[in-house]
Design a protein around this ligand. Structure first.
Ligand SMILES: [Cu+2]
Length: 662
């Protein structure tokens, strides 16, 4: 077990600038690379110059850093949200439309690992700055919260908006318009999206078809400030996939078992860190620390500060939480880089953990006067040394090798299968087949602002015959939402040193999980179409006898052909295998949410204290009041997109006004 800064053994000057850009957003791609990006890099100067082209790739094997081409240049992805699409591309939406006081952009992008490029896609109906994106079981991506694009509307974006592969659709609305930035969300096996973050003191849940989230229990928090984090603990077949969620970064983490009839947050086992030169307590908070799910099912808690932005008190010793024993263990191998606000952590395919990013101070990054001949004045919050704004970007990358990484007894698997649908099987061989204790699917992570909305661990049933292992992926797309996963195998090994039996993980093998249920939905959906065609084609002698014109009952041939073609298209998709998306016109029938139902959702008046607190998050601003009426649409907008946005903005505004009248 050890930690090291890359490149190992290089000079500190090389290590100090290695990442080239600050890694505020990061995702593990199924080609074994990590994409990381940061738009304006938390820098008002780069924002003012529309210098948003900050994205890089990190190779998890060679540690090489390479550019992404092209990276977005018209949208500032600083403080956007992201989640994986079923095909392994990364859906990204929102970001910074205005810097201080922050507004969110309506734009959305898709990052394609194959071309290493960002592609602009359909915009959302309103802006989002600090949104959370999460992939649903049907492969659509849900966007929640974020500051909107309207300087006169101080509510956060309340639309529950879903991307279906082609466009965004508002499918519900949050009950609360404040305290919801970067909400910590988890998809439960029953299809509900569970909100850890407080909404008026409650933990809520929402699923498609509901107008608004409904309360589940009280939240462990009274506000939505995102320096805490949460993780969905391993979903294990031997536990009937009971969903348990842990929240951490506070001195006393808490856990909830959502399989219980009346779930409630309770304390986990206690923590105790050795008090070092930085720590003032054995139970420090880890403000903006990260939680990373390891292949063993252990959760690695790392980084953070004793309090928000408290650079003097970094928490350098990682801890591990084991949910089987509800216990915390402090690891002997310490990280060396202080990681707080805007830092990230990701599990790598070989089981190591990647740490990057962080604001060295919780104010602006820097603006490089060499890049810009006439940079705007630094803010009074910028650290200035000898008249030069200090670069606050942490560019060191650190790798953590967990206890199992260097073992020579890690199980080795041989597998050629690259994809599987839910309800189907994966087959592989291994000489350790007889000692396998678990097969787990770990979803590739995507993370920002101390939260990883994609990471997910599902332990699935398997059978062994000789050296062959057959694994069945449960037929529940809400348990294993479609997308990129790594298959890890754990084998029982008697450790020669301690004499005990331990579960040692393999390296990860990439496998794409496809959404099998969309087939079922399509079958259900196609049935009426086939019935329609059948009815039109059926010869009805009675009808012909009763009407004067026998051809009146014959449908228009082009229309009929069109319907038949569509039915055949759908059938070919079913026969041809899995598919990623259901187009809007092909959706299964869901109860539509009428404007009346949306309007009936209560609006809660803006809490000025809450707003002030949230506006302080970026750069600890002193003056949170909004500059009403000053802002026009940002000049970097695409005029075509603007027209659409204005139209939907008008719709939504009149909806909001209607509600406020009530
Ligand atoms: Cu941020």
């Amino acid at each position: 077990m050890r930690c090291f800064i890359v490149p190992e053994g290089a000079s500190s000057a090389t290590q100090n600038s290695y990442a080239q850009i600050i890694a505020i957003h990061a995702a593990l791609l199924s080609n074994g690379k990590i994409v990381f990006f940061s738009g304006d890099q938390h820098d008002p100067g780069q924002f003012a110059h529309s210098a948003f082209d900050h994205a890089r790739l990190f190779d998890c094997v060679t540690f090489a850093i390479t550019p992404c081409t092209p990276a977005p240049t018209i949208t500032d992805l600083f403080c956007c949200g992201h989640a994986f699409l079923p095909d392994g591309r990364l859906m990204i939406s929102g970001g910074t439309l205005r810097f201080d006081h922050f507004l969110g952009t309506i734009q959305a992008w898709i990052f394609d690992p194959a071309s290493a490029a960002f592609q602009n896609t359909a915009s959302m109906s309103h802006g989002r700055w600090y949104p959370t994106l999460i992939t649903l079981g049907n492969g659509r991506v849900l966007a929640v919260s974020g500051a909107n694009d309207d300087p006169n509307n101080t509510e956060q974006n309340r639309d529950l908006e879903v991307f279906d592969g082609a466009s965004w659709n508002v499918e519900g609305i949050l009950s609360y318009g404040t305290d919801t930035l970067y909400p910590r969300l988890h998809l439960l096996p029953d299809g509900r999206v569970f909100f850890v973050s407080s909404m008026n003191g409650q933990s809520m849940a929402w699923s498609e078809g509901l107008a608004t989230p409904t309360p589940v229990c009280s939240s462990p928090f009274t506000t939505g400030f995102p320096d805490h984090t949460s993780v969905l603990l391993p979903l294990l077949h031997e536990e009937n996939y009971a969903p348990r969620i842990m929240v951490a970064n506070m001195p006393q983490p808490q856990i909830i078992d959502l399989s219980l009839a009346s779930p409630a947050w309770t304390n986990t086992g206690g923590r105790s860190l050795p008090v070092d030169e930085f720590l003032t307590t054995p139970t420090p908070a880890r403000s903006n620390g990260t939680l990373t799910m390891l292949p063993t099912g252990e959760v690695l808690s790392a980084g953070g500060h004793e309090s928000y932005g408290d650079e003097a008190h970094p928490v350098l010793a990682p801890e591990i939480y084991r949910h089987e024993t509800d216990s915390w263990v402090v690891l002997p191998s310490r990280t060396t880089v202080s990681r707080g606000y805007h830092s990230v952590a990701l599990l790598m395919p070989d089981g190591r953990v990647w740490f990057a990013g962080s604001d060295k101070r919780c104010d602006w990054s820097f603006h490089n006067s060499l890049d810009f001949p006439n940079p705007p004045e630094p803010t009074d919050l910028q650290q200035i040394v000898n008249g030069v704004p200090v670069d606050n970007r942490e560019l060191r990358i650190e790798i953590f090798e967990p206890w199992y990484f260097s073992r020579t007894d890690r199980p080795v698997i041989s597998i050629s299968q690259q994809s599987v649908a839910v309800g189907r099987t994966i087959t592989f061989t291994t000489p350790q087949a007889g000692s396998i204790s678990r097969v787990a699917l770990l979803r590739a992570g995507s993370t920002t602002h101390a939260f990883n909305s994609d990471q997910r661990y599902v332990g699935i049933p398997f059978t062994v015959s000789g050296n062959t292992v057959q694994v069945t992926v449960p037929d529940n797309e809400n348990l294993v939402p479609p997308g990129p996963y790594m298959l890890f195998v754990l084998a029982q090994v008697v450790d020669p040193q301690i004499g005990a039996t331990i579960d040692v993980p393999s390296v990860g093998h990439w496998i794409t999980v496809a959404n099998g249920k969309s087939h079922k939905e399509l079958v259900k959906e196609i049935k009426p179409e086939i019935e329609y065609v059948k009815a039109e084609l059926e010869f009805d002698p009675k009808a012909i006898v009763e009407v004067d014109d026998p051809f009146a009952t014959v449908v228009d041939p082009p229309e009929m052909l069109e319907r038949i073609a569509r039915a055949v298209d759908n059938l070919s998709r079913i026969v041809g295998g899995s598919r990623s998306f259901i187009k809007p016109s092909e959706r299964p029938m869901l109860p539509l949410i009428s404007k009346e139902r949306l309007a009936a959702v209560p609006i809660h008046p803006l809490d000025k204290d809450t707003l002030a607190r949230q506006l302080k998050m970026e750069g600890m601003m002193a003056q949170p009041q909004m500059e009403e009426g000053k802002e026009e649409h940002n000049h970097r907008h695409d005029p075509v997109m603007d027209g659409q946005a204005e139209k939907s903005a008008k719709d939504m505004d009149s909806r909001r006004k209607d509600k406020k009248k009530r």
